[in-house]
Write a protein of this length. Structure first.
Length: 124
């Protein structure tokens, strides 16, 4: 029974050490960082350019489409890596898992020529 609790003691010690290291890092940053407040620093805009006009500006839809494409292919990558790790230990489910991933990759791969045909990938 003591071996069972020893593993918890190790976990709690690591969590406590992590919290201590994070607290020390924040305290050190607070002590070392400069803290000079002045008019420009306290303003809403620190970039040096005074705001002129309204804050509303239109953004072209292509930027959102590129972001959406990135998310699609990023999620694809996030699905493929764990799938590849689990596939080796799947046993009898390997053909089914391979089929599911091939269907997923088929639909994701179809999107790229479709987007090219629609002109979404043209930047300018």
């Amino acid at each position: 029974m003591t071996e069972y609790y020893e593993s918890y003691i190790t976990v709690f010690a690591l969590v406590a050490a992590g919290i201590l290291v994070a607290a020390l890092a924040f305290a050190t940053a607070r002590l070392v960082s400069p803290d000079r407040k002045y008019g420009g620093k306290l303003s809403s805009y620190e970039c040096g350019i005074d705001p002129v006009g309204q804050g509303w500006s239109q953004t072209h839809i292509r930027y959102y489409l590129f972001a959406f494409l990135f998310v699609i292919f990023d999620v694809e990558t996030l699905f493929i890596f764990p799938w590849a790790v689990v596939l080796g230990d799947a046993g009898d489910l390997q053909p089914f898992m391979l089929g599911v991933m091939l269907v997923f990759l088929f639909f994701v791969t179809l999107t790229l020529p479709y987007e090219y045909k629609k002109g979404v990938l043209k930047w300018a």
